[in-house]
Design a binder for this molecule. Structure first.
Ligand SMILES: [Zn+2]
Length: 246
């Protein structure tokens, strides 16, 4: 295949732009913030589950508190009524004695119910502080997610802006390369890990990094300037420059 030396040099430029596009795409896809956001998303879901459980337990224990308070109040009211009747002193001696007995058992019952109330209130306090701690973790996590998201978006914007610039340059260089050379380049690039054209520099192929043997070198030396030469090792298009060492 034939292509003017200037056209071949344009291809080298084109390759550099394609390589930059590949690097940008890779950098965009492997941005550390993306992995961080995945982890934070998992933490966030786990925290939400924990919060939901804690809030349910908090509501349940709150109901227990209300019930325990009512139980204590009921016994207190009854004891108060009995005490009033005793103070008034009406009724038979037997009635008054029964009231006194009941007062004693009500006092005991009140003590037991107050112990239960206290225990339930302690649990309620524990759950309140547990929910508060989870709420503050939720806020901290939200702030962290917002922060990492902002950094990701900044990086994306940087990559995308550079991509636009590179695409514009690529659009300028492309028309300076003939269709045949471009087709060959695209084919080799596809099968050679993104590098279709490489500079021959100091007798070394810029694609496979191997130094050319003297036989291949002399064949390249004898080739015309507009011959499109290929690396015998990796089959990439070799572009000769002033630094090729020929
Ligand atoms: Zn090579």
């Amino acid at each position: 295949m034939k292509a003017a030396p200037a056209e071949q040099l344009r291809l080298l430029e084109f390759q550099a732009l394609d390589t930059r596009l590949d690097q940008l795409a890779h950098a965009r896809a492997s941005l550390p913030e993306l992995a961080t956001l995945t982890t934070l998303g998992q933490d966030s879901a786990a925290l939400d589950r924990e919060l939901a459980l804690a809030r349910t337990a908090q509501r349940d224990v709150q109901r227990e508190v209300t019930k325990a308070e009512m139980d204590v109040q009921q016994v207190r009211d009854r004891a108060e009524r009995n005490q009033k009747r005793l103070d008034v002193g009406t009724g038979t001696a037997k009635d008054l004695q029964a009231l006194q007995h009941e007062l004693i058992s009500l006092a005991r019952r009140q003590g037991e119910l107050e112990d239960i109330e206290l225990e339930v209130m302690e649990r309620a306090e524990e759950l309140d502080s547990q929910v508060a701690a989870l709420d503050s973790r939720r806020s901290a996590l939200d702030a962290e997610i917002a922060d990492v998201t902002a950094r990701r978006d900044e990086a994306f914007a940087r990559f995308d802006a550079e991509r636009e610039t590179v695409l514009a340059s690529r659009g300028e260089v492309a028309p300076q390369i003939g269709e045949a050379l471009m087709t060959l380049y695209a084919k080799v690039r596809e099968s050679s890990g993104g590098i279709g054209a490489a500079e021959l520099k100091q007798r070394r192929c810029g694609g496979c990094r191997l130094e050319l043997n003297s036989l291949d070198l002399s064949s390249i030396r004898s080739a015309a300037a507009d011959d499109v030469v290929r690396c015998e090792e990796c089959r990439r298009i070799l572009i000769r420059t002033a630094e090729s060492g020929l």
